[in-house]
Design a binder for this molecule. Structure first.
Ligand SMILES: [Zn+2]
Ligand SMILES: [Zn+2]
Length: 69
């Protein structure tokens, strides 16, 4: 059953305000399975078996994008 409520894994525009002033604090997240993978929020590359997530604004990016985010 799938209710219409946002989850932490699926950023929703009403719950994911990413301030431009955020000093990103990226932490790598690795998937335990081949099923759960992520696309980069910036360049939309992927899916990746791991992603870098900002602990502050929850932005998820690929490794190259952590440098320019
Ligand atoms: Zn951030
Ligand atoms: Zn990227």
């Amino acid at each position: 059953m799938r209710l219409a409520e946002p989850t932490s894994d699926e950023p929703h525009h009403t719950t994911m305000a990413a301030p431009a002033s955020c000093e990103h604090n990226f932490k790598v997240i690795k998937s335990d399975t081949n099923i759960v993978q992520w696309n980069c929020n910036l360049c939309h590359s992927g899916p990746h078996p791991f992603i870098y997530e900002c602990q502050n604004c929850k932005l998820k990016t690929c490794r190259p994008c952590t440098a320019k985010a």
